[in-house]
Design a protein around this ligand. Sequence first.
Ligand SMILES: [Fe+2]
Ligand SMILES: [Fe+2]
Length: 263
Amino acid sequence: MAVNVLIMGDTHGGAAGGLLPPSYWSEQLKVMQSLAYGWWLEAITEFGPWDVGLFTGDATDGEGKKGTMDTVIPDTLEQAASQEEIYAAPGIEKQNMYFVRGTPFHSSGTYNYEDPLAKALGASIENEQLVSILGLKLHLRHALGRSDTAYGQGTPLFRESIRDLVDATLSDQEPADIVIRGHVHYSCRMTIGKRTAISAPCMEYPDSVFGRTCRGMYYDMGIGKLVVRSSTDWEYHPILMPLKVVKRREYKEICSGEEFSHK
Ligand SMILES: [Fe+2]
Ligand SMILES: [Fe+2]
């Protein structure tokens, strides 16, 4: 027997580059929106059926005060509503859906913006989730320090693993076998000894996150599939969308040299 676990998050509902179902697409953005949605729908269909959903946060985008041009749905309740179809699509039963809340900037103000989404789906939502699947202990939380050093992505992930280990030890409890995080929008996995830490890919287009200011070193859109057979027999597959489809590198030919008088 195997349990198929869907790891998905950072869909940023309401952001220009976020994942939205067709009824929320705008005339201006629908080519881009349909591309991500189409790829994602195919992926969850092809790699399913799914038994458990672990949703890593940033399901809503928030008020967008930092970058208002990137927010296409300003109403946070509507942002949550837009995500109902997205998180229901994998067909997971509500008692097996676990959300963690995202970054406060994207998910909280006078209330927690993602809570109405979880409530509408009948799913659990917490700041962190501890679940055990066939004896495999998982610790789910949104935030993780990012690294844009080309080879530095492992360090914050190791830190999450060690932090969980110390936290469990100090309180005389058992640490998780796998810690799962979102937030960084790149897919990474580190294993040391028996302990693994995973950062899940996102489902938001890159430019809308970093805008005109900083640029992430790595960026991955996609979902994660964790197959669990027992506490010691499991495997993890990141399923990633080819970003070259949307991030084309085209050099514009700007002059031939013939037109300059000084030649
Ligand atoms: Fe995010
Ligand atoms: Fe985040």
